[in-house]
Ligand binder design. Sequence first.
Ligand SMILES: *Cc1c(COP(=O)(O)O)cnc(C)c1O
Length: 429
Amino acid sequence: MSAYRKETICIQSGWKPKSGEPRVLPIYQSTTFKYEDSEQMGRLFDLEEAGYFYSRLQNPTNDCVAAKICELEGGVAAMLTSSGQAANYYAIFNICEAGDHVVMSSTVYGGSFNLITCTMKKMGISCTVVDPDAPAKELEKAFQDNTKCVFAETIANPALVVLDIEKFAALAHAHQVPLIVDNTFATPINCNPFQWGADIVTHSTTKYMDGHAMAVGGCIVDSGNFDWTAYADKFPGLCTPDESYHGIVYTEKFGKAAYITKATSQLMRDLGSIQSPQNAFLLNVGLETLPLRMERHCYNAQKCAEFLEGHEKVAWVNYPGLPGNKYYEIAKKYMPNGTCGVISFGLKGGREAAAKMMDRLKLAAIVTHVADARTSVLHPASHTHRQMNDEQLKEAGVAPEMVRLSVGIEHIDDIIEDLSQALASCEEA
Ligand SMILES: *Cc1c(COP(=O)(O)O)cnc(C)c1O
């Protein structure tokens, strides 16, 4: 762990210029890297020596930003990916292959749900979907001999279910597999899943980390805590020779960095979902102000949630910061400084009233995005979760009348005035 606090890590970590070098992280806009010695280049290809040779595998700009996120999460190694989708795909596929099985929380983001239950199914990886609030005894039943990981979100998008990380970590470890958690909504500012037993963390950096809706990106961080070699028969990809790299064994050669090194040298090499260095640069700028923005997002969201809760036309409000919320206590345990800036609510007038209200908002825009500086709204049932049937919607915690409000960092009075005028002009039922 770093000696610095998160606010300082966000500014100072990653790029560490030597005397005379640029103060600000440079964009290494280069696909390739030059060498004088052909032998040295050969050693790089054999993973005998660390260094850059082709940006599909590694790029210095990306590595600096990954190192910053790694430090924020308290991990040992990290990599950037082109999107959050790519991060979750690689995080799972790095340890699962055809014939393997994943235990997944039902409330994960719609994109992850499709990825794992549809696309990865076609690759021969099966999945059991579980209710994250079910008691451990019930969840036990989802595990099989071929289970290789558990996947969930710290704060589910958009259901805002807060994960009992310790419960899930204990379950995963009892079955000799790692817990992978998508920490996109909480960010490492509000929650560090590794402290509670998670083994691998993923992010859609597209959201709060970038924070300005400028660049799609993702990240995977490894805690280094999961002992792959203790269950070597379950994880042959990490613990037996890789023929595509002259028989190296990742756990033997790279120790705690084995998981990320394998993801880079196999998955990035073969599937190529690299983040562009331009986007990594923008992400780094976003990270510098992440603690300030998260504080404001949470403050504004709390005020909006309280306003909506007291409004006569609002049927229900879901925000873990409200004392009556099902996840209030658990959120206080895992995220004592706040959760995120996303709220969901339903109007008494149902689905139709929701659509009308959204059309009347002036400041909050209808966009397929959450978690950036601008206040925005979305109707999950007809937008992000459109592919799901009613049963799947219910399992994912998405009601047909639910409006997802991503509270930005504008002045709180302006946001509430906008909500107020839009609600005033829609009928009761
Ligand atoms: C947006 C999101 C993703 C997907 O990320 P992209 O960057 O859009 O590919 C994954 N998980 C969560 C929780 C998200 O909110």
